[in-house]
Write a protein that binds this ligand. Structure first.
Ligand SMILES: Cc1cc2nc3c(=O)[nH]c(=O)nc-3n(C[C@H](O)[C@H](O)[C@H](O)COP(=O)(O)O)c2cc1C
Length: 154
Protein backbone atom coordinates (compact mmCIF):
# COMPACT_ATOMS: atom_id res chain seq x y z
CA UNK A 1 0.00 0.00 0.00
CA UNK A 2 1.24 3.49 -0.79
CA UNK A 3 2.30 5.52 2.27
CA UNK A 4 -0.27 8.02 3.52
CA UNK A 5 0.05 11.52 2.14
CA UNK A 6 0.83 14.17 4.73
CA UNK A 7 -1.19 17.35 4.96
CA UNK A 8 0.15 20.09 7.22
CA UNK A 9 -2.05 22.89 8.54
CA UNK A 10 -0.02 25.82 9.88
CA UNK A 11 -1.99 28.58 11.52
CA UNK A 12 -1.95 31.41 13.99
CA UNK A 13 -4.86 32.77 15.96
CA UNK A 14 -4.96 35.50 18.56
CA UNK A 15 -8.61 35.71 19.54
CA UNK A 16 -9.70 32.30 18.29
CA UNK A 17 -11.39 32.95 14.95
CA UNK A 18 -8.70 31.51 12.71
CA UNK A 19 -8.40 28.69 15.23
CA UNK A 20 -12.06 27.78 14.64
CA UNK A 21 -11.43 27.76 10.90
CA UNK A 22 -8.34 25.60 11.38
CA UNK A 23 -10.28 23.04 13.43
CA UNK A 24 -12.93 22.96 10.71
CA UNK A 25 -10.29 22.46 8.02
CA UNK A 26 -8.90 19.59 10.09
CA UNK A 27 -12.38 18.02 10.41
CA UNK A 28 -12.89 18.20 6.66
CA UNK A 29 -9.50 16.67 5.91
CA UNK A 30 -10.30 13.91 8.40
CA UNK A 31 -13.13 12.69 6.16
CA UNK A 32 -10.59 11.49 3.61
CA UNK A 33 -8.84 8.14 3.98
CA UNK A 34 -5.15 7.81 3.24
CA UNK A 35 -4.11 11.27 4.42
CA UNK A 36 -2.38 12.06 7.71
CA UNK A 37 -3.30 15.61 8.67
CA UNK A 38 -1.44 17.58 11.28
CA UNK A 39 -2.56 20.89 12.75
CA UNK A 40 0.21 23.08 14.13
CA UNK A 41 0.57 26.57 15.52
CA UNK A 42 2.81 28.71 13.34
CA UNK A 43 5.18 29.39 16.23
CA UNK A 44 5.61 25.62 16.80
CA UNK A 45 6.03 24.59 13.15
CA UNK A 46 9.43 24.52 11.52
CA UNK A 47 11.55 23.36 8.65
CA UNK A 48 11.28 19.63 9.38
CA UNK A 49 7.48 19.80 9.46
CA UNK A 50 7.42 21.66 6.17
CA UNK A 51 9.88 19.39 4.41
CA UNK A 52 7.87 16.33 5.51
CA UNK A 53 4.52 17.42 4.09
CA UNK A 54 2.90 16.71 0.73
CA UNK A 55 0.40 19.55 0.98
CA UNK A 56 0.06 22.70 3.05
CA UNK A 57 -2.80 24.79 4.39
CA UNK A 58 -1.96 28.18 5.86
CA UNK A 59 -4.32 30.03 8.21
CA UNK A 60 -3.97 33.51 9.64
CA UNK A 61 -5.89 36.52 10.80
CA UNK A 62 -5.35 39.62 8.73
CA UNK A 63 -3.38 42.02 10.89
CA UNK A 64 -2.55 45.52 9.63
CA UNK A 65 -3.32 44.52 6.06
CA UNK A 66 -1.16 41.43 5.97
CA UNK A 67 -0.57 38.03 7.62
CA UNK A 68 0.03 37.75 11.36
CA UNK A 69 3.54 38.20 12.64
CA UNK A 70 3.51 34.55 13.73
CA UNK A 71 2.92 33.26 10.21
CA UNK A 72 5.52 35.67 8.85
CA UNK A 73 7.94 34.34 11.47
CA UNK A 74 7.26 30.80 10.23
CA UNK A 75 8.17 31.89 6.70
CA UNK A 76 11.23 33.80 7.92
CA UNK A 77 12.54 30.74 9.75
CA UNK A 78 11.88 28.19 7.02
CA UNK A 79 12.60 30.00 3.76
CA UNK A 80 16.32 29.43 3.37
CA UNK A 81 16.40 25.86 4.74
CA UNK A 82 13.56 24.92 2.35
CA UNK A 83 14.67 26.97 -0.63
CA UNK A 84 14.39 24.94 -3.84
CA UNK A 85 13.22 21.83 -1.96
CA UNK A 86 9.46 22.33 -2.08
CA UNK A 87 8.89 23.50 -5.63
CA UNK A 88 5.36 22.59 -6.71
CA UNK A 89 4.09 21.92 -3.16
CA UNK A 90 0.29 22.28 -3.30
CA UNK A 91 -1.05 24.86 -0.87
CA UNK A 92 -4.09 26.92 0.00
CA UNK A 93 -4.89 29.70 2.45
CA UNK A 94 -7.65 30.58 4.90
CA UNK A 95 -7.95 33.97 6.56
CA UNK A 96 -10.08 35.47 9.28
CA UNK A 97 -10.52 39.21 8.90
CA UNK A 98 -12.51 42.05 10.39
CA UNK A 99 -13.52 43.51 7.07
CA UNK A 100 -10.94 42.76 4.36
CA UNK A 101 -8.46 39.86 4.27
CA UNK A 102 -7.20 40.44 0.75
CA UNK A 103 -3.91 41.94 1.90
CA UNK A 104 -3.02 38.80 3.86
CA UNK A 105 -3.92 36.57 0.90
CA UNK A 106 -1.88 38.70 -1.48
CA UNK A 107 1.23 38.80 0.69
CA UNK A 108 1.12 35.07 1.43
CA UNK A 109 0.83 34.48 -2.32
CA UNK A 110 3.97 36.52 -2.95
CA UNK A 111 5.90 34.55 -0.36
CA UNK A 112 4.53 31.23 -1.63
CA UNK A 113 5.77 32.13 -5.10
CA UNK A 114 9.23 32.55 -3.61
CA UNK A 115 9.11 28.97 -2.33
CA UNK A 116 7.75 27.83 -5.69
CA UNK A 117 4.52 26.46 -4.21
CA UNK A 118 1.41 25.84 -6.30
CA UNK A 119 -1.92 27.29 -5.15
CA UNK A 120 -4.57 24.60 -5.63
CA UNK A 121 -7.67 26.22 -4.15
CA UNK A 122 -9.07 29.72 -3.95
CA UNK A 123 -8.30 31.44 -0.65
CA UNK A 124 -11.06 31.29 1.94
CA UNK A 125 -11.65 34.66 3.62
CA UNK A 126 -14.02 34.69 6.60
CA UNK A 127 -15.02 38.28 7.38
CA UNK A 128 -16.39 39.49 10.73
CA UNK A 129 -17.52 36.84 13.21
CA UNK A 130 -17.18 33.21 12.24
CA UNK A 131 -20.46 31.78 10.92
CA UNK A 132 -21.68 28.26 10.25
CA UNK A 133 -21.17 29.04 6.57
CA UNK A 134 -17.52 29.90 7.14
CA UNK A 135 -17.00 26.69 9.08
CA UNK A 136 -18.59 24.56 6.40
CA UNK A 137 -16.48 26.30 3.72
CA UNK A 138 -13.39 25.56 5.82
CA UNK A 139 -14.40 21.91 6.15
CA UNK A 140 -14.83 21.76 2.37
CA UNK A 141 -11.40 23.30 1.87
CA UNK A 142 -9.79 20.69 4.11
CA UNK A 143 -11.66 17.87 2.45
CA UNK A 144 -10.84 19.10 -1.07
CA UNK A 145 -7.17 19.45 -0.22
CA UNK A 146 -6.99 16.00 1.35
CA UNK A 147 -8.93 14.43 -1.53
CA UNK A 148 -6.61 15.97 -4.07
CA UNK A 149 -3.61 14.58 -2.23
CA UNK A 150 -5.16 11.14 -1.76
CA UNK A 151 -6.08 10.90 -5.44
CA UNK A 152 -2.73 12.25 -6.63
CA UNK A 153 -4.41 15.15 -8.45
CA UNK A 154 -1.90 17.80 -7.33
C1 LIG B 1 -3.69 44.26 15.57
C2 LIG B 1 -4.84 43.91 14.67
C3 LIG B 1 -4.84 44.31 13.35
C4 LIG B 1 -5.91 44.00 12.52
N1 LIG B 1 -5.86 44.38 11.21
C5 LIG B 1 -6.87 44.03 10.38
C6 LIG B 1 -6.80 44.36 9.01
O1 LIG B 1 -5.85 44.94 8.52
N2 LIG B 1 -7.83 43.99 8.20
C7 LIG B 1 -8.92 43.32 8.69
O2 LIG B 1 -9.84 43.01 7.92
N3 LIG B 1 -9.02 42.98 10.00
C8 LIG B 1 -8.01 43.31 10.85
N4 LIG B 1 -8.05 42.94 12.17
C9 LIG B 1 -9.18 42.13 12.65
C10 LIG B 1 -8.78 40.64 12.71
O3 LIG B 1 -8.31 40.19 11.46
C11 LIG B 1 -10.00 39.80 13.08
O4 LIG B 1 -10.44 40.18 14.36
C12 LIG B 1 -9.72 38.32 13.07
O5 LIG B 1 -10.94 37.63 13.16
C13 LIG B 1 -8.81 37.90 14.19
O6 LIG B 1 -8.54 36.51 14.04
P1 LIG B 1 -8.11 35.62 15.28
O7 LIG B 1 -9.31 35.53 16.21
O8 LIG B 1 -7.79 34.30 14.68
O9 LIG B 1 -6.95 36.26 15.95
C14 LIG B 1 -6.99 43.25 13.02
C15 LIG B 1 -6.99 42.84 14.38
C16 LIG B 1 -5.92 43.16 15.18
C17 LIG B 1 -5.92 42.69 16.62
Amino acid sequence: MAPAKRLLIVHHTQSGNTGMLAEAVLRGAGRVDGVDTRLMRAFDAGTDDLLACDGLLLGTPENFGTMSGALKDFFDRTYYPCEGKLVGLPYAVFVSAGNDGTGAVREIGRIANGYGWKQVAEALIARKEITAGHLSAAEELGEAMASGLAMGIF
